[in-house]
Design a protein around this ligand. Structure first.
Ligand code: HAS
Ligand code: CU1
Length: 557
């Protein structure tokens, strides 16, 4: 399952115009990296604010503006555009064909860009200090909600384009199994399409009419239910492309073979089925949802740990295969035989190490009793910087070092910075996240501007750790700057390269080329929808029946 992005092999019909798809992929990844740059700068402002340093521009309004900008641009914009670019590149290379409907694909991209610009304008002009979860009754300018809705519409168009590409491929390859890189992207798309129904309903029926003044009040409980129906599978929309890269790219670059193609497919199919019916683990403390439903979501959340355990096993085993092929013999020496100097491989290995801790924290969050200790504390930002901020973001940066030269035909520049960057990220994240986990356990709330609580004795005990997390933030900022410099250097000054093949891992055992139960994606989707109905139909129905009073909007800054 290999393909070249430049060559047009004679056996392919119609010919693969890889430059065309490469341009679309680069445009998406370019927007992603631009958003990442602004978001990284905002993060620095937050970390310094939190550390209570006496800075001239420091104010509560500026703090909430920067937290919102950082969260929206990193978690919603950087990820979505990167994944859209990756999807185009992976579909082209693994299916060895052009993506279908290129004009539609570009229009989806421009709609998402327009939406991003509108939301960014609202945030950066201080009209949307609602944080990335935009819980009402905090209210933003309509441009914020309309903008994010357009980003989702753009991503739906992208999803349809890739699905159409896959259907066309299947028509030409009846009975063949879908190549794993595309299989991972398809699982991502299905999870995304199921998830975004929730946020679309929240935007269209609640937030947009309310922010436009067509409705005076909003029901915050219903809106949280809809948001978290979307918000948890959203994290797997981020994670599944990273897993796809671990399985199909990192293992290959490390010189290994995928330990088991079938296990990888079990993982992706399980994510399709279990990603959505677990969102209430974000709402353990919410009133208005009966505890039996919260318990059901807890059980299902423990189910969704399983595919990540499988991934830990399969990807580690595949790396071990790589190291043993290079002559490792002992129990642990294979770890040191891995190419830790390659920025793509080291990004993935370090992302895995951080995710082992972040995933463990996820299991703690998943139970009512332990979550009640950490909910709404700094622990949570510790958790999600190890997951989306490391497992996902570090993997994406490592991927850019490998993919951008192949898409643009320009060699990676400033290679030394690229080599150091993942380690700086790792160091920064260790300082930042451990400090936040501990202060969370000590009771420090998340999302607060003044961590001193005007000199309270309890808050005094957090100070050394908030400073540690700010030092972590500085390392992270440095690492982000290195990444941006490498990307700019590559695009502006990279020498031309002929290495444009996008190649994926082979499997250890010879792969069966025949379609299997995993290719029945329609069935997996049906099972997912049934579980969603079981987990959500009654809770949503009872919220709609409940007498609610609604809330007017608040704009504290
Ligand atoms: Fe989470 C809150 C539960 C995974 C993101 N999560 C959040 C929030 C975000 C987030 C953004 O149950 C904050 C939301 C907000 O703003 O309010 N999370 C989980 C669980 C998992 C999990 C059970 N989260 C993620 C991922 C995210 C993410 C992935 C982003 C990408 N999370 C929660 C809960 C809350 C929550 C509650 C609400 C808390 C509250 O009170 O508000 C699981 O999916 C985790 C499974 C992962 C593992 C780890 C597998 C390890 C691997 C690597 C192994 C490495 C090895 C080393 C072996 C079981 C795959 C190899 C090394 C070599 C050298 C070879
Ligand atoms: Cu979650």
């Amino acid at each position: 399952m290999t393909a070249a992005l430049t060559s047009k092999p004679a056996f392919l019909s119609p010919p693969v115009k890889t430059r065309r798809d490469a341009r679309l992929a680069v445009a998406n990844i370019g927007v992603a990296i631009g958003a990442f740059g602004i978001a990284a700068f905002m993060a620095l402002m937050q970390a310094l604010s939190r550390a209570n340093l006496d800075l001239p521009w420091r104010s509560a309004g500026m703090y909430y503006l920067s937290v919102t900008a950082h969260g929206v641009l990193m978690a919603l914009v950087f990820t979505t555009f990167f994944i859209m670019g990756l999807g185009v590149a992976f579909a082209n290379a693994s299916l060895e064909r052009n993506v279908s409907y290129p004009k539609l694909a570009w229009s989806g991209f421009w709609i998402a860009v327009l939406g991003t610009a509108a939301a960014a304008w609202a945030i950066l002009t201080g009209k949307a200090t609602v944080l990335y979860t935009f819980y009402p009754p905090l209210q933003a300018h309509p441009a914020f909600y309309l903008g994010l809705t357009l980003v989702v519409v753009g991503s739906w168009i992208w999803s349809l384009v890739l699905l159409a590409t896959w259907y066309a491929w299947r028509r030409d390859h009846a009975g063949r199994t879908t190549p794993l890189p595309m299989y991972g992207m398809l699982a991502t798309i299905i999870v995304w399409l199921i998830a975004t129904i929730g946020v679309a309903a929240e935007m269209l029926f609640q937030l947009i009419p309310w922010s436009l003044g067509l409705k005076e009040t909003v029901d915050p409980l219903l809106s949280r239910l809809l948001f978290w129906y979307f918000g948890h599978p959203l994290v797997y929309f981020w994670l599944l492309p990273a897993y796809t890269i671990w399985y199909t790219v990192a293992v290959k670059i490390a010189g290994g073979k995928l330990f088991s193609d079938q296990l990888a497919r079990v993982v992706f199919a399980t994510f399709i089925v279990l990603s959505a019916p677990v969102g209430m683990h974000h709402q353990f403390m919410d009133p208005g949802v009966a505890s039996g439903w919260k318990l059901l979501h807890t059980f299902l959340t423990f189910g969704i740990l399983f595919p990540s355990f499988l991934t830990a096993f399969t990807v580690t085993a595949s790396f071990e295969v790589a190291a043993r092929a290079k002559g490792a013999r002992g129990l642990f020496d294979w770890i040191f035989k891995l190419p830790w100097g390659d920025p793509t491989v080291s990004s993935v290995l370090l992302a895995m190490l951080l995710f082992a801790v972040g995933g463990f924290g996820g299991a703690i969050n998943a139970s009512f009793v332990t979550d009640s200790v950490v909910h709404n504390t700094a622990w949570i930002q510790g958790h999600f910087h190890l997951t989306v901020g490391s497992a996902v973001a570090l993997t994406f940066m490592g991927t850019a070092y490998w993919l951008i030269p192949r898409l643009t035909g320009q060699e990676l520049e400033l290679g030394l910075l690229a080599k150091v960057q993942p380690y700086l990220w790792f160091l920064g994240m260790v300082l930042f996240s451990i400090a936040n986990h501990v202060t969370g356990l000590m009771g420090m709330p998340r999302r607060i501007y003044d961590a001193t609580y005007q000199g309270s004795a309890v808050a005094e005990k957090w100070q050394a750790l908030t400073l540690t997390s700010a030092v972590g933030g500085l390392f992270l900022f440095m690492s982000a700057a290195f990444f941006l410099l490498v990307m700019l250097g590559t695009v502006l000054a990279g020498k031309r390269t002929e290495t444009r093949r996008v190649e994926f891992s082979d499997t250890l055992l010879p792969e069966s080329n025949r379609s299997s139960v995993f290719d029945r994606l329609g069935w997996w989707t049906v099972i997912a929808i049934i579980l969603v109905l079981i987990a959500y139909a009654y809770p949503v129905y009872s919220q709609l029946q409940m007498q609610t009073f609604g809330s007017p909007g608040y704009k504290p800054y």
